[in-house]
Design a protein around this ligand. Sequence first.
Ligand code: GLN
Length: 520
Amino acid sequence: MTTTPTEAGGDAALIRLTAAEMAAKLQAGEITSVQLTQAHLDRIAAVDGRLNAFLHVNTEEALAVAAEVDAIRSAGGAEAEALHPLAGVPIAIKDLIVTTGQPTTAGSKMLHGWMSPYDATVVEKIRAARLPILGKTNLDEFAMGSSTEHSAYGPTRNPWDTDRIPGGSGGGSAAAVAAFEAPLALGTDTGGSIRQPGAVTGTVGTKPTYGGVSRYGAIAMASSLDQIGPVARTVPDAAMLHELIAGHDPKDSTSLPDTHYPGGSVPNFAEAAGEHSVSGLRIGVISQLRGEGYQDGVLARFEESLQALRAAGAEIVEVDCPSFDYALGAYYLIMPSEASSNLARYDGVRYGTRVLPEDGPLTIERVMGATRAAGFGDEVKRRIMLGTYALSAGYYDAYYGSAQKIRTLIQRDFAAAFSAADVLISPTAPTVAFPLGEKLDDPLAMYLNDIATIPANLAGVPGISVPGGLSEGLPVGIQFLAPATEDARVYRAAGALEHLLQAESQPLWAQVPDLEEVSK
Ligand code: GLN
């Protein structure tokens, strides 16, 4: 298809704008959504052979939606005025979130070629707001992992260094946004899968308050921890997308009533992100989430962020959360327990793959066994076994019961910390992106990547990761946490830090090295 080049260096330059800038140009009629969407599809075609961020590219539907937006806008009138501010800005969706019209695999052979008969609530909202959906992004199988290496469809590579991991499980969404294949994406965060990929790819990712975004249509991993959230290059972009997907949903029994937010409705997160002031804000440094196990370069960027915030008028206090030392242990009992129950539905009968036993009688148990043996990867099997064991009679109290008690202690630590501070701060991940393969055979080393992100999931509180500079040429993430329903605070703090750091140098996301073009 042909597109008119824009003055600013042709359509290739469009992909390097922020989502807010793209939205403004669309509204002003300076560019069309077809042009913008095509520019992203061209980028995907050019570089995704190298990155493997996309499992499915939704070319036709994306361009059709873009053309619809353009037609509405050029017709003018009430319908044009009623368009969502992000209408026409393309988005990518983690392949754990179900969509009609394109496959959903959860990164697993178990769901190879599976088509959902319905859309997730967040997808319905995105369609209603007319954001062209570029495709589905890669992930660790069933969102279990911290590197996207556990995908049954091959790893995603980090655009900052394609020999390194993009984080996980949402490495596909993070890499796509970092590499200008998409300006916005959706992720899911059960133990850090939005924030940790954000940290290691130099992007912004938010885990909303538990219940703040509908989980209806997010393939369940650990239901008491899972949340869908936004992935973007800037804090205001993430805030805008968060507002679009937030809100009560009667189809999700754990969905938060909007009246629970301060002010009684979903707050204006974008306004908080644009406040650029931390004057008088009490920021609590979590003693347990710094020091041992964290790389020097990560700690150095963290200290610089603290200094910048202090200089801008924030009050930096130290808070103690002693139970956080047990968070990882509790998570790796609760998460596999819930996952072992949620994944029992993949029985070779109802969804996706069915494998028949090679010989012997064709009983339901044997079909189930053959299907699961072939359909699930090692990490998924490992967690199902762990979870089944932890939940079994005789062990339940010792493992699952103890983990739930620790969860309560962590919630109390948060409550105490939030009486001394408005928001908490820590590095998002202990290290920068590590080389592909380095931790693949060492599950414990892999699990340690989530040491700073997991407490928020166990307590249901919101968290964001925002770029805090480079170490060894690779991005470092800074995490802010706030009390439940106070998501606006993480946007205020992260927006301010982003603004402070950008005053000194060009945005981190603009510094990603040029990618070798390898088409898919
Ligand atoms: N890396 C963590 C895990 O493997 C978190 C996963 C997630 O948030 N989906 O469990």
